[in-house]
Write a protein of this length. Sequence first.
Length: 77
Amino acid sequence: MNARLNDVLVHINETLDDEALHRLEEGIRHDAGVISVGHRPEKTHMIMVVYDTDATRASSLLHRFQERGLHAQVVGL
């Protein structure tokens, strides 16, 4: 596999409990082009997504968060 990887930091406005956060990350992990997704325990509003730039874009990933009913913004690339 010769993927071109990039990462994006997404801020979500909602406060999610551990179970909801786990479900969100698992769902994002299955989106096209996503390589990995995670957060730091002390910063649950900040989700880091590593993705293959040949398969998706940061704007598409952000849209996926919004489709899940979350208010989210890209805060870093």
